[in-house]
Ligand binder design. Structure first.
Ligand code: CTP
Ligand code: CA
Length: 248
């Protein structure tokens, strides 16, 4: 079971990983959510930790047990405070915690599925149907902030070194390859590395195997990985370690 090794290519570095899907409340019992399982972010947190980094895992809603929920890992975590879990609900909460831990961290990996929109208002009591009409309410939405993009800018201002990584699921369209959409997104976000997940009819959500392409802002060779989410996590850890070695 993972304990923080005292050696490893990322020893002495701090990493922050976000995972899961945000939930945006509508009233006390309802929310807008998404189908992100959180598996990929958890795999990455474990891989970075195994490479020697100390990891803050910021978890929105996940469908699988978090490392701290795992009896074996939980005791290992108590002895070696190498991985700490911070739970959040909404995009705004996620942004708060990511800004706090991510501004100066050596490594930031943003795998969380952030709701692009949230309900404009929160109804303090449960929304009821009308008894005397068939009217349905219209839910007004507002934009959530772009957490990754904001963090890239903060890190530039604070002089943070090394690396910030985004994730994107792309289907492409009739005229455009998913990787091409990924390249435009990488430029828009300003992160160092973007992991483009090619999603099609065989949805990756909750699945263990996946097909990704890593794109880097400095134009270094692209890398494709087809395999489990642990394989993707290992490849990302290797890319991060190479970059750390170059910037040391
Ligand atoms: N992301 C973020 N804040 C948001 C939306 C997305 O930090 N409000 C991050 C995600 O965690 C991910 C990356 O940005 O690392 C790409 O997410 P994606 O949803 O693909 O990008 P969007 O800019 O929201 O573009 P789209 O309109 O295609 O959803
Ligand atoms: Ca989005």
């Amino acid at each position: 079971e993972p304990s923080t090794p005292s050696t490893g290519p990322l020893h002495g570095l701090r990493a922050v990983v976000s995972t899961g899907g945000t939930q945006e409340p509508l009233d006390p019992v309802r929310y807008l959510g998404n189908r992100s399982s959180g598996k990929q972010g958890i795999a990455i947190a474990n891989a970075l930790r195994a490479a020697g980094a100390s990891v803050d895992l910021v978890a929105a809603h996940v469908d699988v047990p978090l490392p701290e929920d795992h009896p074996d890992t939980a005791s290992a975590t108590a002895e070696h405070p190498g991985l700490q879990v911070h739970r959040v609900g909404t995009a705004l909460e996620l942004q708060d915690v990511m800004n706090r831990f991510g501004e100066l961290a050596d490594v930031v990996v943003m795998t969380a599925a952030v709701a692009d929109f949230r309900p404009a208002t929160f109804a303090e009591s449960k929304i009821k149907k009308s008894e005397d009409s068939d009217d349905a309410p219209v839910i007004e939405l507002v934009r959530n902030p772009d957490i990754l993009r904001g963090l890239v800018q903060r890190r530039q201002e604070s002089g943070a070194r090394r690396i910030i990584v985004g994730f994107a699921a792309e289907t492409g369209d009739a005229a455009t390859d998913p990787v091409e959409f990924g390249r435009a997104k990488l430029a828009r976000k300003g992160c160092d590395l973007l992991c483009v997940n090619q999603v099609g009819t065989d949805l990756v959500f909750g699945q263990d195997s996946t097909k990704v392409t890593f794109l880097s802002a400095d134009g270094a060779a692209e890398r494709r990985v087809e395999g489990t989410k642990d394989d993707v996590a290992r490849e990302l850890t290797t890319l991060i370690a190479e970059r750390v070695a170059r910037t040391d």
